[in-house]
Design a binder for this molecule. Structure first.
Ligand code: HEM
Length: 176
């Protein structure tokens, strides 16, 4: 949908490459909502510079500058209140399934009707098996929700999965 709400985790953080983040960490963390929200003027100023300006970000010899559509999206995010996703809260199970799969599932309640709840991987994950439970208005769950994410089993060495939810502390879900 062309006018869908813009959220940091869904639409802004993915614009920043992990190498952009790495090379800018001396100043701020482009993968941290608070840093991108509070450095608005400097970030927009650098991204909007013409390609021939030495200060343009990302630097021209590192793949910059951004296309106009990305700038428009970032501007719209700031202009609409720099929204971020909420985190859900649930009970979790992780199971090995036939066909070499693992299923991580969550069940819980939504805060109000018409919510969406889903798993995504943590951007700054150390392994592939670190997930965040996100939620936002505009989905189809009315009171309770059930969501899952299914992925290839890397083998028996993986015994648990990390989930970050509203508590923002990694919760270890044992694989059964
Ligand atoms: C979308 C990606 C990027 C954004 C939004 C960004 C943003 C910025 C901002 C706002 C500043 C000014 C900081 C200040 O004055 O305190 C800055 C400086 C700087 N950035 Fe980036 N940057 C990005 C990518 C990169 C990349 C890829 C590199 C490395 C090649 C890089 C290297 C630097 C360096 C060395 C400075 C300090 C020197 C200067 O001011 O030009 N940045 N960047």
């Amino acid at each position: 949908m062309a006018n869908a709400d813009v959220y940091y985790e869904l639409h802004v953080q993915p614009l920043f490459r992990s190498s952009d983040r790495l090379q800018m960490l001396f100043r701020f963390d482009l993968w941290k909502y608070e840093d991108v929200a509070s450095n608005r003027d400097q970030i927009l100023a650098r991204l909007q510079l013409p390609a021939e300006d030495i200060g343009v970000m990302p630097k021209v010899n590192f793949g910059g500058p951004w296309p106009q559509e990305w700038l428009d999206l970032l501007n719209r995010w700031y202009a609409t209140g720099a929204k971020r996703l909420e985190r859900g809260s649930a009970t979790y199970t992780a199971k090995r399934k036939p066909g070499g799969l693992i299923e991580l599932a969550a069940k819980g309640q939504v805060p109000t009707p018409n919510y969406a709840v889903w798993f995504d991987q943590r951007p700054e994950r150390a392994t592939a098996f670190e997930f965040i439970l996100y939620q936002k208005p505009g989905g189809k769950f009315q009171t309770s929700f059930a969501t899952k994410i299914v992925f290839a089993d890397p083998g028996p060495a993986l015994t648990s999965i990390e989930v970050y939810d509203h508590d923002n502390a990694p919760l270890l879900v044992a694989i059964t």
